[in-house]
Design a protein around this ligand. Structure first.
Ligand SMILES: Nc1ncnc2c1ncn2[C@@H]1O[C@H](COP(=O)(O)OP(=O)(O)OP(=O)(O)O)[C@@H](O)[C@H]1O
Ligand code: SF4
Ligand SMILES: [Mg+2]
Length: 337
């Protein structure tokens, strides 16, 4: 099935530099309307910088960001402010994103006040409705953020992000600071809300296990670039890029019989300094495939572009077909073991 509708978010050749560091490097990515896209990568790969550049919190060095057909990098402050109503963020640590001196009611009503929406009575009703929507009793409105557990505080932060009825949510590691037992509850809440409210969502995490349940597609970032982009089932079932394969090999498999025979790929080799990225493929110093192939020179000399392998999968590796063949061999090995 081809999707002909215009994407809600279209990031084109985005670069964000901090001095010598290219935190995001010529990155292109689209988010379809109603889609949840998981954005995954190790610490420092440029995930937060991407999200901040999309919302123009950090102005990009170059590139374009299109939101619902409007370009944001060149947009005026006034226009950006108006558009910000339709794009909201959820952060990792709800307690630092919620002002401790404000009641929950005031915190939730604040965006409505800023945008001049409704009167006191209407805002009250809307706050109660949002609290119910995220699974909290509206009576908690008179309490303060520190009176809540991490999971409850994240529900409050989500309610606040949703009160302006945005179309796009950017969630930057929204469950990373929570206990594992609470993480699933918050992810399930977001799954419910995205369907109920027809949200488009960019869901950022450093762990592939976290985004699996919620994502329609997943983009894997390494050193400021997308190295693999695929439909969820394709990415987890037949990862193509050696980096994705290494990340996935660290994710536990629920079936203990498979878990026992699972092959783990430990990444060795030095991470390049983000300020001095090597020519060619940035993953070269840690790439098991590069080593297995006898360190071909092309990896050192030519940047591998993100190319389509299948209608629902792209990867940036010169030897991606070799990697896929190796993955298929491993899978067969796994079944016969
Ligand atoms: N304001 C800044 N000034 C200088 N360098 C920065 C700034 N923000 C980010 N960087 C650098 O940009 C790179 C990408 O950082 P970013 O925070 O986007 O990564 P991340 O993928 O979100 O990592 P994490 O998983 O730790 O949140 C890192 O090398 C980081 O040190
Ligand atoms: S291009 Fe070379 S170094 Fe980069 S991922 Fe592929 S095999 Fe590894
Ligand atoms: Mg981050």
């Amino acid at each position: 099935m081809t999707d002909t509708s215009e994407p809600i978010l279209d990031i084109r050749n985005l670069t964000v530099r901090f001095g010598k560091v290219a935190a995001v490097n010529d990155m292109s990515l689209t988010l379809r309307r109603g889609e949840t896209l998981g954005l995954v990568g190790e610490s420092g790969s440029g995930k937060s910088t991407t999200s901040r550049a999309v919302l123009q919190i950090n102005r990009p060095t170059s590139g374009e960001v299109w939101f619902d057909g409007e370009e944001l990098v060149s947009a005026s402050r006034t226009r950006l402010k108006a558009l910000r109503q339709r794009m909201q963020m959820v952060f990792q640590d709800p307690r630092s994103s919620l002002d401790p001196r404000m009641t929950v009611e005031a915190l939730l009503a604040e965006p409505l006040v800023i945008f001049g929406i409704g009167n006191r009575t209407l805002r009250r009703a809307k706050v109660a409705e949002m609290l119910r929507l995220v699974g909290l009793d509206p009576a908690v409105g008179s309490r303060y953020p520190h009176e809540f557990s991490g999971g409850q505080a994240q529900r409050i932060a989500i309610a606040r992000a949703l009160i302006l009825e945005p179309e796009l949510i950017i969630a930057d590691e929204p469950v990373s600071a929570l206990d594992v037992s609470i993480q699933a509850q918050i992810i399930n809440l977001l799954v419910k809300l995205r369907t109920q409210l027809n949200l488009s969502m960019l869901f950022i995490a450093h762990d592939l296990a976290v985004v699996r349940h919620i994502s329609d597609r997943v983009a894997v970032m390494y050193m400021g670039r997308v190295v693999e982009l695929a439909d969820r089932d394709r990415l987890y079932g037949a990862p193509a890029h050696p980096y994705t394969r290494a990340l996935l090999s660290a994710v536990p498999v629920p079936d203990p019989a498979v878990e026992v025979h699972r092959k783990r790929e430990i990444l060795t080799g030095e991470l390049p300094s983000p300020g001095r990225l090597p020519y060619g493929c940035a993953f070269r110093s840690r790439c098991p495939l590069h080593a297995a192939l006898g360190r071909p020179e092309v990896c050192a000399n030519v940047l591998p572009p993100l190319v389509p392998l299948a209608p629902n999968q792209s990867a940036a590796c010169h030897f991606v077909s070799d990697a896929s063949a190796a993955a298929a061999r491993d899978q067969r090995g796994g079944v016969s073991a």
